[in-house]
Design a binder for this molecule. Sequence first.
Ligand code: FE2
Length: 418
Amino acid sequence: MARIIGGLAVSHTPTIGFAVDHNKQEEAAWAPIFKDFEPIKAWLDEHKPDVLFYIFNDHVTSFFFDHYSAFCLGVDERYEVADEGGGVRALPAIGGHAELSRHIGRSLMADEFDMAFFRDKPIDHGLFSPMSALLPFDTEWPVQVVPLHVGVLQFPIPSAARCYKLGQALRRAIESFPEDLKVAVVATGGVSHQVHGERCGFNNPEWDAQFLDLLVNDPQRLTEITLAEYAELGGMEGSEVITWLIMRGALSANVIKRHEGYYLPSMTGIATLVLENQARDVPVDLLARHREHIDHQLKGVEKLPGTYPFTLERSHKGYRLNRFLHQMIVPTWRERFLADPEALFEEARLSEQERDLVRRRDWLGLLQYGVIFFLLEKLGAVTGVSNLHIYAAFRGLSLEDFQKTRNQQVLYSVAGKR
Ligand code: FE2
């Protein structure tokens, strides 16, 4: 059974990564940051979590406003380090516990949080800035992560209350994962700060102290504060601390505080916190009941013959091939595909099985492999195959015989006029 062993809170200011990269940990201005990190490092070293559930917000690096989500859960096996404008930091990519991610995703959706999911996206300083100061890395990291990006930059954003509720649902999600895993929940973000406008440079250490006390001892109270009130108290960007309520919501009501630190060097209050979970058992199998709840909506779908719900598992397995086919929406890509498919297979590093399925236009085989239907119809449009041909192939019928099962015998595809 997965267990939540504790909650950590750290700032994710890029200052930290900068100081690590330039070996400034000992310099007077930076040293207090790293001194405050020591108890967290020691805690991580002592308790050795297998997975960090890592709550962060991206800074318009990998998540742009063409499609912005409130709660976006990483479901990948590996996350690269993002280039934020000055080149990629010399850090290894970090492994993701994709199976735990998928379980958490299904559980949160079952609990009516409408999650977004991401993969194949590099992650910025929101995650890697504190990581690089807290854990040893050389060629690899000693933990896996499940990252949660919270979109706090473009309003409307989730309320403090919503974040806290998400945390409570996260607890059920993690605890119901059947594998034995030690999980720590990490919240990141600066406490009071504002980095834009005429009010830039605003800080409020008194409020920061009060916020930390409330977070530990009376988090429910913090859910009653509005985003405007958070901005007034802690600066507009400081209101990202509402995401710390996700971490707190995932912990038991009572926690043991192992460490608290605070330092305000320049623009952003850097607070650190280590909370140990004090979860108790009850003599009722709550987790089995929750697993049934998670499975409830799709229970029985496996009995429908010839039906392949496009789950996170299928999406994961078919991702490379789906990505290849998705690019058929780009005219130059499909021209290159038609002119020299083998070169494109090679460039996209498709496996031999994937190449073979595409070469043979094995429509049912592609679908069973993990390609979603709506990319098959794009491949059909590019190669001059109508949707009806694809449907007939699924059913193992000739086009003529399939058409006999329809009220009208029409042919169509998603191809444009050309
Ligand atoms: Fe931030």
